[in-house]
Design a protein around this ligand. Structure first.
Ligand code: B4P
Length: 198
């Protein structure tokens, strides 16, 4: 029998793979905070804060916000009391520099990630979903140029971090094509097999 494990999770996948959608559901199930760097940046842009003004043009172009800024935000968020016994990261880390930063904060607490869920979807499905969201919600970075750039950065900078986590034996690859409930059940089963349960 697998012993119960702390939920210190990362959900990762190309844009439009549904990581935001599934991340929130998994975090609710496990009663841990979902920490989405994209949501933090969008909320700051919406509220017109200093951080928002700094990152708005970067996000709209589909580029990555500098690591120092992003890692400092995550470090502060993980220091809050509700993340003491578990958390789900969505959209961070997304390059090797951020993996090093995260390892550094977690080592300082005697912790490490316990599972990485990779949601895989084909490129044409990512583009289809983001184009649909552009029509429905009008998110300013869901234009053709920004989507293409985000997907290219995912391939060049984010996908390689999976090799690091694979070498630690903590990656589960889950098929992200299907209904929201089907994908959710796949993620829940993969986590349960590692002893990560509600
Ligand atoms: P994010 O908010 O992380 O945005 P994203 O990577 O584009 O992912 P998105 O939210 O669109 O994808 P999801 O799979 O959830 O980042 C935005 C920007 O912030 C970045 O471009 C960057 O500038 C900056 N940023 C964020 N983190 C950073 C970091 N660590 N370092 C530097 N910069 C950073 O999309 C899901 C869509 O698919 C939804 O519309 C949903 O309705 C749909 N969907 C989900 N599941 C589905 C299903 N099963 N079937 C059909 N549709 C589904």
């Amino acid at each position: 029998m697998t012993s119960r494990q702390a939920a210190r999770l990362l959900i990762i996948g190309p844009q439009g793979s549904g990581k935001g959608t599934q991340g929130v559901r998994i975090a609710e199930l496990l009663k841990i905070p979902a920490v989405s760097t994209g949501d933090v940046f969008r909320a700051n842009v919406k509220d017109g804060t200093e951080l928002g003004l700094q990152v708005q043009a970067i996000i709209e172009a589909g580029d990555l916000v500098p690591d120092e800024l992003t890692s400092a935000i995550v470090r502060d968020r993980l220091a809050q009391a509700d993340a003491a016994s578990g958390f789900l990261l969505d959209g961070y880390p997304r390059n090797l520099g951020q993996v090093g930063d995260l390892d550094g904060f977690l080592e300082g607490r005697g912790e490490q990630l316990t599972a990485v869920i990779e949601l895989s979807v084909p490129r044409d499905e990512s583009i289809r979903r983001l184009s649909l969201r552009a029509a429905e919600q009008g998110r300013s970075d869901d234009n053709a140029e920004s989507i293409a750039k985000r997907l290219a950065i995912y391939e060049s900078e984010t996908a390689p971090i999976l090799d690091v986590y694979r070498s630690r034996g903590i990656v589960d690859s889950v098929d992200g094509v299907g209904s929201l409930d089907e994908v959710f059940e796949r993620v829940v089963s993969a986590l349960a097999a590692r002893g990560i349960t509600a």
